[in-house]
Write a protein that binds this ligand. Sequence first.
Ligand code: HSE
Length: 310
Amino acid sequence: MGVDAVTAFAPATVSNVACGFDVLGFALDSPGDEVTAVFAPAGVTIDDIIGDDGRLPREAGRNTAGVAAQALLAHLGERRGVRLTIRKGLPLASGLGGSAASAVAAVVAVDALVGAKSALDVLLACALKGEHLGAGSAHADNIAPSLYGGFVLVRTPNPPDVVRLPVPNGLTAVVVHPDLEIETAKARALLGDTVPLGDAIRQWANLGALVDGLHRSDFALIARSLEDTIAEPRRAPLVPGLATIKKAAADAGALGCSLSGSGPSLFALCQDATIARRVAAAMTDAVKAAIGGEAQTYVSAISPRGARVL
Ligand code: HSE
């Protein structure tokens, strides 16, 4: 006897993590998106989306969760269909991996509804089809940590080769979401197709060093490595006051601070939760001074738990 309805939660994620453009990401405890799936005679339809002020496409073929669910049903050869209800806990175009979280929650809910128990890399590949629609590019640095949890490196998205990285005791993330929206596709259009060799050398040196710092809990090395020579300099004009916000984080004791994904959210990594609370206050003040409006601030461990059925 199967179940009639399954709801899954998928957490917010910080992608890029400064030196890991398109390849590094980690999961937060919360917030996140929820998707409820129920059986339908055929195909995928979206019953409702709650929390998006009516802005996301209701047509399943144009919605990240709908496309991801459809990809999983097709992969499984499942003839039954599903109806989805999406609850957006994540603000739109925030840099917190909202389209990835919806796609991941959809595949986890649908997989449990049909009782398939698919491998994580199958779910990743299907969720990636949804993310591709949302971001215009098939990068998995939000999908992978939202699905697997923890701190991950995506060696290749397709076929999925996800490397789980260790998280030093105490390492705590701060995320501040300013009152701005940035569409990932537009932020990617700023990057161009080529990178000066010197910038690339510095980026992969930092990426290797950050991975080593995580393995050995070497906070000083982690701090030196949290530098983005590729995406952040090109996207900086999208976030007023970025340099002063980064300085506020550093002055308050952060190991490093950069854009979360394609922004506008900013993240900082901190050695412990006490420092993180101080950094969160300093960054929030700096964001309000530079950008105005309301900011949302989150302090979270790097969550070992990825998406799950509720
Ligand atoms: N790595 C991606 C980017 C994350 O920075 O464009 C946003 O989807």
